[in-house]
Design a protein around this ligand. Structure first.
Ligand code: CO
Length: 303
């Protein structure tokens, strides 16, 4: 299916906002800043630039790989290695991008972050219309092997975290783009997708930690409780099928947010995403960009 002109330009606009936001992030994220402040500043910037957050900013520290966003009273301070995963929606079309920042005084994570940028760059080089999904995994593995040999490091890819196709109001649109050798011969044509290798100095396995602050609509069932019904209506109208967080609902002035969310989760209407943690508790890095293939053209929208 060929992409519509307006769809292409919305993906491009979302990508331009992502580039601006990343520049802004690098200017103000410093050790000791609260994650809550970082999240609020980033989401405010996205809106100022004419986008909507496609999902709550993920601010995952150290061994936490993904799916952490601050709670409304979060006191956590930025330290160690911070993954900032940002989603921007323009008319439902999404730019998904992530960077890792080393906040240690002695640059403890410099190599890990450099290796991660390198593997994403190697994958980027091979992206072309009609390419096979499995070629991404090959490029990542080859680049990582070389980095490890050249630098005497032993970084590994986190196998259970993958890139993905994107669609209107949908972060994971069905296609999984793995970062390890695989046999997926699906072709990438006329679509938007994210490539996102995660690296670690640990084993590279992930477990689901405690449930976090990120929620998503998964079913269209009715709910009887009045407060829950009111919040559900707001979620459907404003976030649709895009993930959201408790923080946003509190900021909108809703009362009984905790109660309403627990009712909606219990009834299977909302999914509450667990935080993802590296099993050996080793630090994790992430690098991600969004790609657009249309006709014979390839664009990295977020760089
Ligand atoms: Co992504």
């Amino acid at each position: 299916m060929i992409m519509e002109e307006n769809e292409i330009s919305a993906y491009q606009k979302a990508g331009e906002i992502a580039v601006e936001v990343k520049r802004f992030v690098r200017s103000f994220v410093k050790p000791g800043v609260k994650l809550l402040e970082i999240a609020e500043q980033i989401e405010k910037k996205i809106r100022e630039l004419g986008g909507e957050p496609a999902f709550p900013v993920n601010l995952s520290l150290n061994e936490i790989a993904a799916h952490y966003t601050p709670d409304p009273e979060d006191e956590t301070i930025a330290e160690g290695i911070l993954k900032i995963d940002i989603g921007i929606s323009v008319e439902g079309f999404i730019a998904d991008t992530a960077i890792s920042i080393d906040l240690t005084p002695d640059g403890e994570f410099k190599d890990l972050i450099e290796a991660n940028k390198g593997v994403l760059a190697s994958a980027t080089e091979i992206v072309r219309p009609g390419m096979k999904v499995m070629d991404v995994g090959k490029a990542v593995q080859k680049s990582l092997k070389k980095f490890n040999e050249d630098n005497e490091t032993e970084f590994s890819v986190i196998r259970s975290l993958s890139g993905h196709s994107l669609a209107e109001d949908t972060i994971h649109a069905g296609l999984t783009i793995s970062n390890y050798p695989n046999e997926n011969d699906a072709e990438l044509n006329d679509m938007a997708f994210a490539i996102e290798p995660f690296l670690t100095s640990g084993d590279g396995d992930i477990y689901e930690g405690k449930v976090g602050e990120i929620y998503g609509l998964v079913s269209d069932a009715q709910v009887r409780d009045g407060d829950a019904r009111e919040i559900l209506k707001f979620i459907k109208e404003n976030y649709k099928t895009r993930p959201f967080c408790r923080r946003w609902l509190v900021d909108e002035g809703f009362s009984k947010v905790n109660f309403a969310l627990s009712v909606l989760v219990k009834q299977g209407i909302l999914h509450n995403y667990p935080v993802l943690v590296e099993k050996s508790k080793a630090p994790v890095s992430q690098a991600e960009n969004t790609f657009l293939i249309y006709g014979d053209k390839v664009e990295v929208t977020t760089e």
